[in-house]
Design a protein around this ligand. Sequence first.
Ligand code: SF4
Length: 332
Amino acid sequence: MHVEDILNKTRSGDVPSKDDLVFLLSMPPDSVDTYMVMAEAARISKELSGRKAEVHAQFALNLAPCSGDCLFCSFAKVNDVFHEATELSAEEAVAYARQFEDDGANAVFMMSTAGYPFERFIEVSEEVRKNLKPETTMVANVGDQSLLHARRLKDAGFAGVYHALRLREGTDSTLSAEKRKRSIRNFLEAGLEVGTCVEPVGPEHTNEELAEMIEFTASFNPAFSGAARRIPIPGTEMAKRGVISELRMAQIVAVTRLGMPRTVMGNCTHEPCTLGAIAGANLFWAEVGANPRDVEEKTEEGRGGTVGRCRTLYQESDWDVWDGPSRYYNKG
Ligand code: SF4
């Protein structure tokens, strides 16, 4: 098998097979062939998005030890990072959302931990919606939901959700992989666009596992797919497994782009970096407040980047940034 054959296949609009994806993922990240894959992925991303990347921005409605116990998450009870539960008032949530809108974020994401009451989430969301411009795209990042709840999110003014079947779901988390998949179906049925990602990638994940997850994300024609590496939470068991390099993450971002049909315009990575952008990531996130990859209560004082920082990274990577509501979530 040759990388050129796979690239020729993708140039004619075909999606590579699982074996092709494994082959591409198996190449050394610093090889000429991987750089060719990254260049081709960036070319496709730029063609699909008119050379304009998007910056979405997320804040968390609450911070609480979470019984979901995903080993990679700083909110997980088992990781013993946060002990107090705190939550934003509706006024604080509105202020965060309006700040993102003023900063020019293409979508405003509202996140909560799995145990946050759904009714409260809807109540605060409705307040936020009322205080944003009608055209501003709102996205929910919440736990698994029934079809009824998915419809309530749509009625509350969300254009879509972020939802991922995480790598080794059910082994490295207490959540059920089946339930994650069912939630994705529920969101889609309710008319919500679903953005997703191959995450959180660590050094222990095999190329077969990554290829399978790429294919899974492609299977439901998401608003965007992409790849994100796992950020070690200091002092946790999972931190001992280590972290992949930004270059390896960029390789996976590029292979994920090639593994998507052309109907998927978005390709994300997190955390934002120029290597991801040059490998075809046309979506970065800014973050404020609580963040599951951070041990700071306010991630803007820790790992979180601003909308301005994400825009700068794009400019440094020769990307323009889209001005206006997210095209990935408003396919219309
Ligand atoms: S990822 Fe979500 S469900 Fe898992 S521990 Fe963190 S907040 Fe809870």
